[in-house]
Design a protein around this ligand. Structure first.
Ligand code: MN
Length: 230
């Protein structure tokens, strides 16, 4: 084979390789990409004075970030690294050898959902369509509000209070620690974090004051309605 032919063949192979590489690399890169902490949907001081910038700074910047960092370390190099966050939560729920993965994955998801459940200038009552569903399933907004506030204040220790859809009906539930109602076939629509780190800097032991302030001044009913409709 003449030297010039070899060279030409190598050039062609190199060109083919160069063209093929971008098709292969992103797939591997995506599969192995760490799960990313989503940006806060508003500025750290946007919920002040109901939830102070200091609380949000620690809660989002330290706690929430740590759940993502821990999760990425735990799943690196395992088949779970190829799964999405909700997939990881569903596939590790109740698995006694995957408790740490589940806890960090669920906390990563729960906090993103919590930030979206609030907005500056929120609270009050939902729009008509969701309001009618609440009237139908709880017998009125006040009864719903009382049930959600009750779940949030009565959760013993760390956990979450939720508005969910269960068997086609709206329902209030509470979960302990990192647990998420999606693992029991329910669809979360709204959550309130009742871990002490969510309110202690602003309200100390007065969890009920924090819960009432969130309900009255921060709930993002547009997000809840969109999630219900999705
Ligand atoms: Mn929290």
């Amino acid at each position: 084979m003449p030297a010039s032919a070899l060279t030409r063949r190598h050039v062609l192979l190199a060109a083919a390789g160069a063209a093929a590489a971008p098709l292969l690399l992103p797939k591997r890169a995506l599969a192995a990409a760490p799960l990313a902490l989503p940006p806060l949907p508003y500025a750290e001081n946007a919920l002040d004075p109901v939830i102070s910038a200091t609380t949000v700074s620690f809660h989002y910047g330290k706690h929430h970030r740590a759940y993502f960092d821990n999760l990425n370390k735990l799943i690196a190099g395992t088949p779970l690294a190829d799964q999405g966050l909700e997939q990881i939560i569903r596939s590790t729920a109740g698995a006694s050898d995957k408790t740490a993965v589940f806890n960090n994955a669920a906390q990563a998801w729960n906090h993103s959902f919590y930030w979206n459940s609030m907005r500056p200038g929120g609270g009050g009552k939902p729009g008509r369509e969701l309001g009618e569903r609440i009237d139908k399933d709880f017998g009125g907004f006040d009864a719903f509000r009382k049930e959600l506030a009750g779940a949030a204040t009565s959760q013993f220790g760390s956990g979450w209070a939720w508005l969910v859809v269960a068997d086609g009906k709206l329902k209030v539930v509470k979960t302990g620690n990192a647990d998420n109602p999606m693992t029991q076939g329910m669809k979360p629509l709204l959550t309130i974090d009742v871990w002490e780190h969510a309110y202690y800097l602003d309200y100390q032991n007065r969890r009920a004051d924090y819960v009432n302030a969130v309900l009255d001044k921060l709930v993002n009913w547009d997000f809840v309605a969109q999630t219900a409709a999705a």
